[in-house]
Design a binder for this molecule. Structure first.
Ligand code: UDX
Length: 421
């Protein structure tokens, strides 16, 4: 099939590259010419495991990056994969979805051909039907264009693997022929396909992320309770997760969730609920537990080292999780902010995210190794579950005082205190 993907962020670029690997002819459109040049040169502008190899393999053969919307005129399908960041009030900023819809419409006005427009961006229920459809139809000046919603469930750092091995493919659409077309894109992927209404497909994405975030906040709350009585929350949640109805996944207690999806999607669902007159008590608590959890790192730290002014604190891990350089909503951000506010000297190390965090905190000290960050430190906070950290041992001996506080259960070093274990 001929496919156009609009947006070359994490979702757009992974989707475009993986679709090209499946044998489709894919054009990925991005407004930034530097980004498209980098993609066409075989160099992904983001770090994502396995993407580099697939991009180099397919670029110029089945995959092309461009700033030009004209390619959609002979596409069978157009995927909208632009960002929907959250605004101050928690609502999703749909300006990029609107702009993409308008560009699609304007370009379809000049042709008889009508591809199916598929929204993949995470959007509040009602967006595809209430915003995308009317804008595209208005600027195209026609009424015979079909629409579908096909949410993505890709995890950063494992997005390529998730694309080829999803738990399910959800296609929201209004008739069988649209379903058949969209489903045929994935014909080489072995996964159950669920067909739903467009609004339900939009909701499935938000609710999936909200439920996973709920599992995490729940585990964190249980961890905080367990720690009071010296009970190991990891033993508890292992036993709990062995119940098939619960599942062992996303029960790892720690400093909380970050990233581009969970905080944004829970906030969007809260906003959606409230704008419909509902008070989403559970969802609001999920967010609250997550915010408070970061403070616990500081609380334990201060209990152990006293006043933070002038203390050298090593922060290991800056990315919101392992295997990514993404620091969006990373739990390290509120922790570093608080450390700086209280006059601590922050010495940070992340295997890949030093550069991205430097844009947020240009004035802290970034180290090339964990050992360097730990040298002469008064205390250490572990913020990200990088597997490499599990091998740290002698490196902690270089600290001035060996106060090691884990926000993620990752260290094998014996003398450490967990945030909630
Ligand atoms: C998530 C969803 O998993 C994915 O399906 C969706 O498409 C996008 O959002 P992602 O944000 O990439 O993916 O990361 P994920 O692996 O889900 O982790 C999110 C956050 O939760 C991280 O900060 C991680 O450290 C934290 N987490 C995860 C926990 O604290 N405990 C857990 O048990 C699991």
């Amino acid at each position: 099939m001929k496919i156009t993907v609009i947006g070359a962020g994490y979702v757009g670029l992974v989707t475009a590259t993986c679709l090209s690997e499946l044998g489709h002819i894919v054009h990925v459109i991005n407004r930034d010419p530097h980004k498209t040049a980098s993609i066409n040169a075989g160099s992904p502008p983001i770090y994502e495991k396995g993407l580099d190899t697939l991009l180099k393999k397919n670029i110029g053969k089945t995959l092309f990056a461009t700033t030009d919307y004209r390619n959609i005129r002979d596409s069978n399908l157009v995927f909208i994969c632009v960002g929907t960041p959250h605004q101050q009030d928690g609502s999703a900023d749909l300006s990029m979805v609107r702009a993409a819809s308008r560009s699609i419409g304007e370009n379809l006005a000049k042709t008889e051909h009508s591809p199916i427009i598929v929204v993949k961006s995470t959007v509040p229920p009602g967006t595809t039907e209430g915003i995308v459809r009317p804008i595209v139809l208005k600027y195209a000046g026609k009424s015979d264009i079909s629409f579908a919603m096909n949410p993505e469930f890709l995890r950063e750092g494992r997005a390529v693997e998730d694309f080829f091995h999803p738990d399910r493919i959800v296609i929201g659409c209004s008739d069988n022929s649209i379903f058949t077309h969209v489903a045929s894109v994935y014909r080489n992927i072995d996964a159950p396909i669920l067909v739903t209404s467009i609004d339900a497909a939009e909701m499935i994405k938000l609710v999936s992320n909200a439920f996973l975030a709920t599992k995490i906040s729940f585990s964190n709350e249980i961890g905080n309770i367990c720690k009071r009585d010296g009970i190991d929350v990891y033993e508890v949640m292992k036993g709990v997760g062995m119940d098939e109805r619960i599942s062992p996944h996303f029960l790892n207690a720690g400093v909380g969730f970050g990233g581009s999806c969970f905080p944004k999607d829970v906030a969007a669902l809260i906003y959606f609920a409230e704008s419909h007159g509902e008070d989403p008590i559970i969802l609001k608590s999920v967010m609250k537990v997550n915010e408070i959890q970061a403070n616990r790192m500081l609380f334990i730290l201060k209990k152990r080292v006293g006043e933070l002014k002038g203390k050298r604190i090593a922060v290991l891990g800056l990315a919101f999780k392992d295997d990514t350089d993404d620091v969006r909503d990373s739990r390290a951000i509120p922790v570093i902010s608080q450390l700086l506010q209280e006059g601590a000297i922050v010495v940070a190390f992340d295997p890949v995210a030093n550069i991205t965090m430097e844009k947020i905190f240009p004035n802290i000290c970034y180290c090339g190794t964990a050992e360097e960050a730990l040298t002469d430190a008064d205390a250490c906070l572990v913020m990200t579950e990088w597997p490499d950290f599990s091998r740290l041992g002698n490196e902690f001996e270089r600290m001035k005082s060996k106060i090691v506080i884990e926000g993620r259960r990752i260290l094998s070093y014996h003398d450490r205190e967990g945030i909630c274990w």
